[in-house]
Design a binder for this molecule. Structure first.
Ligand SMILES: Nc1ncnc2c1ncn2[C@@H]1O[C@H](COP(=O)(O)OP(=O)(O)O)[C@@H](O)[C@H]1O
Ligand SMILES: [Mg+2]
Length: 276
């Protein structure tokens, strides 16, 4: 057996607020292989983003290990982390807040290239434009600023920026949640295509079980900082063991998204407040 790309054991993260210590991530363990997608689902506030931020070491865990490339990222200091920072990248729900409004799209994507040691402004620009084209934007759009793009396009810039670091693990924290359904589908297609081509592993955080079903092979259900259920996506969604997972499933809006079956009869909308 080869070692998993990323192996997390008993990861615990605590925050102290007003002298009170809160355990926000509580003993989380999972393995992630190259080219695979693990989805993490769970209600708002259960600790998903904190888990994500800890994996890329924006937070320091109180306990547990994050094994990657023969090292334990959990215990590394800032200087030791530097060579692996590019390998683990994150894309966020709100690409607007995470893209520098003063830079052009090409400038945003060129920044990690500079950090990676690509020398020469011209060379960085050429590679940045190639990456933007790779995610479906045009050469002409490379010189525009974030405010001139739609939400879906901004998310593509975020993906291009992450790709510029040549990541092995990409953490998508509600990365498609703010997008219209059709734009969301396009971004998911792009992520899938990049995974096939590059073998990138995804940790895909979402509250949308339909999306999760589309993109992941495995799923972890998080509740109050813990992984309460974990297994193959199909199995967890069709035969949830944990009461919390059943609740989550019931709470999802569209049952067709979960079963993968389209309803045979579409009842005409009789009441106001239809799903938009
Ligand atoms: N920097 C922080 N300091 C203190 N508490 C935090 C911090 N970040 C998150 N939390 C708390 O941790 C819990 C989990 O938050 P979060 O990881 O953002 O959940 P999710 O992404 O699942 O909605 C929340 O109660 C939140 O208030
Ligand atoms: Mg979150």
């Amino acid at each position: 057996m080869t070692e998993p790309l990323l192996s997390v054991r008993d990861l615990t993260v605590e925050f102290t607020t007003h002298g009170h210590r809160n355990r926000v991530v509580d003993g989380v363990s999972f393995d992630l292989d190259a080219g695979r997608t693990l989805a993490v689902v769970g209600e708002s506030g259960c600790g998903k983003s904190t888990l994500a931020r800890t994996l890329v070491r924006l937070e320091t865990p109180a306990a547990g290990s994050i094994r990657y490339a023969g090292r334990d990222l959990a215990t590394l200091g800032e200087k030791e982390l530097r060579p692996v920072r590019g390998d683990l990248q994150m894309i966020f729900q709100d690409p607007y807040g995470s893209l520098d409004p003063h830079l052009t799209a090409a400038g945003i994507v060129a920044e990690p290239l500079r950090l990676r040691g690509v020398s020469g402004r011209g060379e960085r620009r050429k590679l940045a434009v190639e990456l933007l084209e790779r995610v479906g934007l045009t050469r002409e759009q490379a010189d525009r600023r974030p405010s001139e793009f739609s939400g879906g396009q901004r998310q593509r810039i975020g993906i291009a920026r992450a790709l510029a670091s040549r990541p092995k693990v990409l953490i998508c924290d509600e990365a498609t949640s703010a997008l219209d359904v059709s734009v969301q589908a396009q971004v998911l297609d792009l992520l899938r295509e990049l995974q096939e081509q590059e073998g990138i592993a995804y940790l895909f955080i979402s509250h949308n079980l339909g999306v999760v079903r589309e993109i992941s092979q495995e799923i972890a259900v998080m509740s109050q900082g813990r992984f309460v259920e974990q297994g193959p996506t199909e199995q967890v969604l069709s035969r949830p063991r944990h009461d919390y997972t059943r609740q989550l499933r019931r709470a999802a809006l569209d049952p067709a998204l979960i079963t993968g079956r389209k309803p045979r009869l579409f009842a005409p909308a009789t009441s106001a407040g239809a799903v938009s």
